[in-house]
Design a protein around this ligand. Structure first.
Ligand code: ZN
Length: 96
C-alpha cells in the first residue's frame, strides 16, 4: 500500500490583493504570504514574471493592523457636491 503524504508548504497563505509590478508599475495580482514570521507579496507580472517583496518583518503586527482596517467607504453625496462647488468657485486647493 502506498501512503500519500501531503507536503507542507513553507508559508501560510494570508490572502490576495492587487499591487504594482516593480518594473512597469502595472497593476498585478499578488498573493500575501507569511513565512518565518515575515509577510511577503508574491506578485506576478505577465511581462516581468514573479516578484517576491517583503512587506513586513512582523507577521503578528501585520495581522493586527490588517484586522483593524475597515472597508473603504464613499463620502456623502452632499459633501461631494459641496467640494465640487468649492473647487468650481475657488479652484483646486493648493498642496502644502
Ligand atoms: Zn511588469
Amino acid at each position: 500500500m502506498t501512503t500519500h503524504i501531503r507536503r507542507q508548504t513553507p508559508y501560510v497563505f494570508l490572502g490576495q490583493t492587487t499591487s504594482l509590478c516593480d518594473e512597469c508599475l502595472t497593476l498585478v495580482p499578488a498573493k500575501i504570504l507569511s513565512e518565518d514570521g515575515r509577510v511577503y507579496y508574491l506578485k506576478r507580472c505577465r511581462t516581468h514574471g514573479p516578484q517576491r517583496v517583503l512587506v513586513s518583518t512582523d507577521a503578528a503586527y501585520w495581522r493586527l493592523c490588517h484586522d483593524y482596517l475597515k472597508p473603504g467607504d464613499r463620502p456623502l453625496a452632499e459633501i461631494e457636491r459641496m467640494m465640487d462647488t468649492l473647487v468650481a468657485s475657488e479652484g483646486e486647493p493648493d498642496l502644502l
